[in-house]
Design a protein around this ligand. Structure first.
Ligand code: IPE
Ligand code: IPE
Ligand code: MG
Ligand code: MG
Length: 332
């Protein structure tokens, strides 16, 4: 198992592991021949690991519908190629220094190379689908990528703004993350020739799961372990991002605004922020912000599980259930 895989209970783990191996092999093949440093940067990011949760989701939906995903694997990895391209760009936007346990590509290479590598991965994703995938898949991935860009942009329109509300954060999360999860799950249904009712159920499952996944990511930024996560913590806040847990805390205790602004001023001045970050984290615990954010994530998981009723019952539907539960329990 990859060091940064989501921890699943066996037997789900053992069965999903087979698909993960197929995905890894197809990703290695997708990187193809080296022409320039762009290919090196794309490979740096792509082959550094990653949970592969989006293509695994497509595989698990296909299996729940009674199909072997192997013949579709080159289409299935498109979502991971696009996602990895978005990470290359996201790390430039967020000024992140590490990703997937390695130095972020814009530092390991340089910013122009990382931008171009991100572009090339997104194009590679669409090129994969252009070679024989159902046209609805191409349209679906394009729509999800457009949503992802809109989410990233909306988030940045409100940087260093302590008046950001929970609803805004949730809209950002739905666009930047849930849209691609929804696509991944629906893609499995479309490739399996599912009826519309089943595709809709898969999509609803993926969307709620993605929403919970991003809220968990936002929580981990405050509460996680940098080594385990493979990316630094406290980064969202320092970069001026108000995510769900912080928006909840600010709504419950408006006096926290001053504390947050103080951290932002300190970040601009290059101060050592650890004591202030720890103090803020304590105050967020006291107002119940983390518990409330976890509750919101659990509500989304409950929605995801309810949507699963629209897929055929069986072992793989149970595996999807395990995957959903593992997403909010994850520590990386
Ligand atoms: C990171 O996605 C971006 C978010 C949507 C939070 P993942 O947590 O799936 O990252 P990898 O692919 O495992 O590296
Ligand atoms: C953005 O979310 C993920 C993308 C849509 C690329 P984050 O900025 O929270 O992701 P991490 O924390 O850098 O992985
Ligand atoms: Mg980021
Ligand atoms: Mg994050």
């Amino acid at each position: 198992m990859k060091a940064n895989a989501i921890v699943l209970p066996s037997p789900a783990l053992l069965e999903i592991e087979r698909d993960r191996r197929n995905i890894e092999e197809s990703l290695v093949a997708a990187t193809g021949e080296r022409r320039t440093r762009i290919d090196d940067a794309a490979r740096h990011e792509l082959l550094a690991g990653g949970k592969r949760v989006r293509p695994l989701l497509s595989c698990a939906v296909l299996r729940a519908l009674g199909h072997d995903p192997t013949p579709f694997i080159d289409f299935i990895i498109a979502v991971e190629l696009a996602h990895t391209g978005s990470l290359l760009h996201d790390d430039i936007l967020d000024g992140a220094t590490t990703r997937r346990g390695l130095q972020a590509a814009h530092l390991a290479f340089d910013v122009p190379t990382a931008i171009l590598a991100g572009d090339s991965l997104v194009v590679l994703a669409l090129e994969r689908l252009a070679h024989g995938a159902p046209p609805t898949l191409i349209a679906g991935l394009c729509a999800a990528i457009k949503d992802l860009c809109a989410g990233e942009s909306l988030e940045r329109e409100r940087l260093f703004d302590a008046s950001v509300k929970i609803a805004h954060c949730r809209r950002v999360n739905r666009l930047k993350t849930a849209a691609l999860f929804a696509y991944a799950a629906e893609a499995g249904a479309i490739l399996g020739g599912a009826e519309e009712r089943e595709s809709d159920a898969a999509r609803a499952f993926g969307s709620a799961l993605g929403d919970a996944f991003q809220m968990t990511d936002d929580l981990l930024d405050f509460r996680g372990d940098a080594i385990e996560l493979g990316k630094p913590i406290g980064r969202d806040l320092v970069m001026g991002m108000v995510t769900v847990p912080l928006a909840i805390a600010l709504e419950r205790d408006p006096a926290l605004c001053e504390e947050v602004r103080c951290i932002w001023d300190g970040a601009r001045a290059g101060d050592e922020l650890s004591p202030r970050l720890l103090r803020l984290r304590d105050r967020m615990v006291r107002v119940g912000a983390f518990a409330a954010a976890r509750r919101l994530a659990s509500e989304e998981i409950a929605r995801a599980l309810a949507a699963l009723d629209g897929l055929p019952s069986g072992r793989w539907r149970e595996h999807l259930r395990s995957l959903a539960q593992a997403v909010i329990q994850r520590r990386r």
